[in-house]
Design a protein around this ligand. Structure first.
Ligand code: GLC
Length: 654
């Protein structure tokens, strides 16, 4: 990456025989950068509130450089006290997945709210001429999923199967209330990735491989979360991760996106148009790098000025704040996790430096004083942060002044989550019309996942990875086993995790629940050349299904997964097969659907094409599809699937 200030300075002053002469200013963009920018359809500039703009100028004019840099710094709550927020003029804090107040996994709404109040009070007790309250960000990505006792919703892949923007907007509203109950004002959602390769460990955070679906659902969530921005039940949203996170080579997390400039804009960037039109106030930059056409490396997104400033801020006229990802600046060429003038100059405004925030502040002060970062860039960044805070009314009323603060009742959104679960499940097979399974039938339930909140929730659930938790950590909600007992009666439901209680003829149906160990981000990657097949990743589950299949008792298989994955062998061993994705805390609602209660039927439709190979090449090519995107059966359909041609599950993909 060029050192742009020096490049521009050099272009302005050249030595000639008569000494220094001024020359025309260097072009703002190189030809290649201009081509990248031109690939994006321009958006009109939004109208600005003149009173807010006047207040911004007045506040900034009275701020010291230390106060400005402090406002641009976002530490983790695990590494900064309220008094340090005051002392260093900190503008924002966050908690990562599993970052609970006092390290207490069972911290309740009141505990979260107490810490939030302490941060608010601290930011209001600085010696600044105009006090600027802190804003706290949290990964409320499927409900307020970090918080003990909060209802969680289906992960985005399941919401993508609903194709229901109204439902997603209502989920946004409920999530915002859950977040405000903890005294927090900012949710790092929605993810707008348009996933092209299911090897990626974050595939479940994506709504779909279809940019139109991502746009419709992503903008709906922004509307739901932000409301009118100033209400007690409103929070900031974050469009993330800008740009190209879902299109890295072989689905490698934080890897290289090799799209053309046009594909980057029209496929991976599509969701940002909807989110910006919905008024999203923050955008989080992506870890991935971009190599134009796979041939011209453009470096990491956090250092890409043409995309962050040239496209997002100038071409799309985004006037909110751009936030970096967790220690992401360290991946920019020439940068450290606590020092990155290139990212500031690229256009990042707020820096997620969870632990090294003190040295970040010190080094950034030096960057400005020594000319590596222009003061104009700092003032722009601070102005954007203030603009967002003024738009949400923070300077008149800090977040914790809201009436929902500490109200644990807001964490309960069970009915809405149950609706979402029923709408997100996709029935891929139903031979012999095994479903709906009438109440009164004798059911054997097998598979550990049937009674596991971690299995039904996935990552970003109480902890970052969704691991180190068990059913005792979920006081609210229902497992599928619980739902089945509720619908069919405990005396009609036998639970045998390992299937050892199975006996032919003893039951009217077997419900086999298969699932993944929870994961998040890079820990969920299935790295090439490993086969992307559930049976290869979980051979014990394939064996379990094999023990009950073809024994004369109908088998309904339910798969919990954060991705579409090769499963033809499992589908062939099932009479009915339901892709439930990651339904969240109310997986028990699937039982109502299986019984067809009150006329319920399956309406879920695949948000990604379902693969017919364990070695997907990415992009869902027609020859790799078992079921098309948009496929899904209903009871009324009575479509016979029959036996499907199986592909080899090779130990290593070619
Ligand atoms: C993570 C994720 C991002 C999240 C942030 C804060 O690394 O990439 O989606 O919002 O850090 O937890």
């Amino acid at each position: 990456m060029h050192n742009r200030p020096a490049l521009i300075a050099a272009a302005l002053l050249t030595v000639s025989g008569s000494g220094l002469v001024a020359r025309a200013p260097a072009p703002r963009w190189t030809a290649a950068e201009a081509q990248t920018i031109a690939a994006w359809k321009p958006r009109p500039a939004p109208r600005r509130d003149t009173r807010i703009e006047a207040r911004i100028r007045q506040i900034v004019s009275g701020m010291t450089l230390e106060q400005k840099i402090g406002q641009m710094t976002q530490p983790s709550i695990l590494s900064i006290t309220p008094d340090q927020v005051r002392q260093y003029y900190i503008g924002s804090v966050l908690n990562g997945g599993g970052g609970w107040p006092g390290g207490n996994k069972h911290a309740g709404a009141a505990d979260w709210a107490a810490l939030a109040k302490a941060y608010d009070a601290a930011s209001l007790s600085t010696d600044m001429k105009v006090k600027v309250p802190v804003v706290w960000g949290i990964d409320a990505v499927h409900g307020n999923n970090n918080v003990y006792g909060a209802t969680t919703f289906p992960q985005n892949i399941g919401l993508g199967a609903t194709h229901d923007p109204d439902l997603v907007e209502r989920i946004g509203r409920a999530t915002a209330r859950q977040v405000r109950a903890t005294g927090i004002g900012w949710a790092f959602a929605p993810t707008l990735a348009v996933v092209q390769n299911q090897r990626w460990g974050r595939s479940y955070e994506s709504y779909s491989s279809d940019p139109a679906t991502v746009t419709a659902l992503g903008s709906a969530l922004v509307r739901g979360l932000q409301g009118k921005l100033t209400g007690d039940g409103d929070v900031l949203a974050s469009a993330k991760h800008f740009v190209g996170d879902g299109g890295t080579w072989r689905g490698i997390d934080q890897g290289e996106n090799r799209s053309s400039a046009v594909t980057l804009a029209t496929l991976h960037g599509a969701g940002y148009y909807g989110a910006l039109d919905a008024g999203v106030q923050t955008v989080m930059v992506s870890y991935n790098s971009w190599a134009k056409d796979g041939a011209e490396p453009q470096g990491k997104m956090h250092g890409n000025r043409a995309l962050v400033t040239g496209v997002l801020k100038d071409r799309l006229h985004f006037d909110g704040l751009v936030v970096s990802d967790w220690n992401a600046i360290e991946q920019v060429a020439g940068c450290e996790r606590d020092h990155c003038p290139a990212a500031i100059n690229a256009g990042v405004d707020l820096f997620m430096v969870p632990d090294d925030w003190k040295t970040f502040i010190a080094k950034t002060l030096a960057d400005v004083r020594e000319g590596r970062v222009p003061m104009a860039r700092i003032d722009d960044a601070v102005s954007r942060i203030l603009r967002v805070k003024l738009r949400m009314g923070l300077l008149d009323r800090p977040t914790t002044a809201g009436k929902l603060t500490g109200d644990a009742a807001q964490l309960d959104a069970r009915a809405l989550a149950q609706e979402a679960v029923r709408k997100s499940a996709v029935m891929l097979k139903n031979d012999g019309a095994v479903l709906p399974l009438a109440p009164g039938k004798r059911v054997l339930v097998i598979g550990a996942g049937a009674d596991s909140f971690p299995a039904q929730s996935g990552g970003w659930s109480l902890t970052w990875q969704g691991e180190e938790t068990d059913n005792l950590d979920y006081p609210l909600g229902e497992t599928l086993l619980g739902g089945l007992k509720r619908v069919y009666g405990a005396d009609h439901v036998t639970w045998s995790a390992d299937g050892s209680l199975f006996a032919p003829g003893k039951f009217d149906a077997v419900i086999a629940v298969l699932g993944e160990r929870p994961y998040a981000e890079m820990k969920g990657d299935v790295r090439w050349p490993a086969p992307l097949a559930h049976s290869a990743l979980y051979p014990d589950q394939a064996a379990l299904l094999g023990r009950v299949a073809g024994q004369g008792t109908p088998v309904v298989t339910v798969l919990y997964s954060g991705r579409v994955t090769y499963a033809t062998d499992l589908i062939n061993r099932s009479d009915s097969f339901v892709a439930a994705f990651l339904p969240g805390s109310e997986a028990g609602a699937l039982a109502d659907l299986f019984a067809g209660r009150q006329g319920l039927d399956f309406h879920g439709r695949l948000p990604f094409a379902w693969p017919n190979t364990a070695c997907p090449t990415g992009g869902e090519p027609a020859n790799e599809r078992l079921f098309q995107r948009g496929f899904g059966l209903s009871f009324a359909g009575r479509v016979a699937t029959g036996r499907l041609a199986e592909a080899p599950i090779v130990p290593a993909c070619p």
